[in-house]
Design a protein around this ligand. Sequence first.
Ligand code: ZN
Length: 287
Amino acid sequence: MTLADLQPKIFQEFHHILKTGRLSHAYLFSGNFGSYEMALFLAQSQFCENLQDSLPCGQCRECRLIAERDFSDVKVIEPQGNVIKTDTIRELLRDFTRSGFEGKSQVFIIRDADKMHINAANSLLKFIEEPQSSSYMILLTSDESKVLPTIKSRCQIFRFPKNQEYLKNRLEQNGLLKAKASLIAAVADDEASALALTEMTKFDDLCRSLEKFIAGLDKDPDQSFLQVTRLASLVTDKAEQDLAFKLLLVMLGRTRQPRQVTKVYQARQMWLSNVSFQNVLEYMVLE
Ligand SMILES: [Zn+2]
């Protein structure tokens, strides 16, 4: 996998930014699709000993240490549990100020930045407003709406859209049949979740059952009802049930049944407001 395949447009933009030496001090990368890889790549670009056309080589000692997250001037912060603590950010900023005085270049990457405690986010603001000349901060989030507006307005924002075609090819290279690869590529949010779905043992059963459920909707309600029971025992937790809705939408979208697509949206809304999965599927058949 290369970033140029994963996010061709963003890759080109950053190539240009690096060539012209215009890297900003604070970025917000929104979306999971290659954003972390891009952040590490930019970090490598600041330390690589063998830059090629302004791009890091990926092979030298510096590049490798950064990729292994074992390089002292590139720090990656992640939530512990469900939150990034204020102390973690304060300590990070202290380290940075110290090295800043020594004139060293530094990059820090904060994953799931939306999980920063509000005090942590506030202590970052000062850093963003008065950056050291050679320090860079890259915030990553999969939910931009949860990032404080004060932070967002001070960062350059790049959005990393899902690259479905890339995912599909990647899954086919892994030996998946075309049809399954394209289905998984359509429902997965990113590469990791796509690969997880290929390992999901009940995935094929689930798809077969959903297909029968859909086929019965207009012609044979009894068949659909039969599948409701089957589906309810097959997908028991919320994440799996959500996957079932996503699959339904993709499958119905392909068979061009707009009326049924609307029903799935309604059913999902009911499910989100705590009507059981089984009941909302029954509603779909009865409606
Ligand atoms: Zn290198």
